[in-house]
Ligand binder design. Structure first.
Ligand code: GLP
Length: 241
């Protein structure tokens, strides 16, 4: 089966397994390229990866998405988060960290240049993914076509509510982001989707066992020839109600 599933008893077990899969996927690559996700889900995995002794001296990190309208150094930006939790501890320098275009004039050309960069790097070896409460991957909200590419998107009300906590006031929350498309994500050589916590149980079940449909963007990972889904016991508990 193309999609393999691993259920870890605890989030720490999941992080340990996920970090082992990531380290193995990058081993021996001339230009290792790791696609990174933000949100709370991957944090333990990043800590576990940092604790592994693996060679990050040539590692490139590519972000899935970024809010529009935040400076690169804004602590609430996804770029800054990755600097803090992964790039800094691994010693990955800024020229090896690639963030989707997010400032200045956003055009099809700037998104196209980001896609070309992924191509020029030799493609993404492993793309780590979380799953949004509405099934989004990156910021591909429900309805995003499976062949979508890097582009600017409007965030859904649900996503804004879920992510608002990191922005303090409601007005400070960006309403738009630039995200790799689902088609872009599916081109990575390997996918690793992480789901942690009972609040992900309902949507994980829909994505993994329901129809493969743009209404549940994460269901697209089942089309990938090499995808691993790692969930903790809480995330696979039968949804209540
Ligand atoms: C954000 C990111 C997604 C991430 C999702 C889930 O919206 N764009 O890439 O998967 O949040 O976040 P969390 O892991 O905090 O539940």
């Amino acid at each position: 089966m193309a999609t393999s599933r691993y259920i870890g008893p605890t989030p720490l077990h999941c992080a340990d397994v996920a970090s082992a899969i990531i380290a193995e996927s990058l081993e021996g690559r001339d230009t290792p390229v790791l696609g990174v996700a933000t949100g709370s889900t991957p944090l333990l995995t990043y800590a576990a990866l940092v604790a592994r002794s693996f060679d990050a001296s040539r590692l490139h990190l590519v972000l899935l998405d970024e809010y529009l309208g935040l400076e690169r150094g804004d602590p609430r930006s996804f770029g800054s988060t990755i600097d803090r939790v992964l790039a800094g501890p691994l010693g990955v320098t800024s020229e090896r960290i690639h963030v989707p275009p997010h400032d200045g004039e956003m055009t099809a050309a700037s998104c196209g240049r980001f896609e070309k960069l992924l191509h020029d790097l030799g493609g993404v070896d492993l793309q780590l993914l979380g799953i949004g409460g509405n099934g989004h991957i990156g910021f591909n909200e429900p309805g995003s076509p499976f062949d979508s590419r890097t582009r600017v998107v409007e965030l859904s009300d649900r996503t804004m509510d879920d992510n608002r906590a990191s922005f303090g006031t409601a007005t400070a929350m960006p309403t738009r982001a630039c995200t790799q498309g689902i088609g872009t994500i599916l081109e990575a050589r390997q996918l690793l989707l992480l789901a942690i916590g009972g609040h992900k149980a309902r949507i994980l079940h829909a994505a993994m066992d329901g129809p493969i449909t743009p209404s549940v963007p994460a269901s697209a990972v089942r089309l990938h020839p090499r995808c691993t889904v790692i969930a903790d016991a809480a995330a696979i508990a039968p949804p209540v109600g």
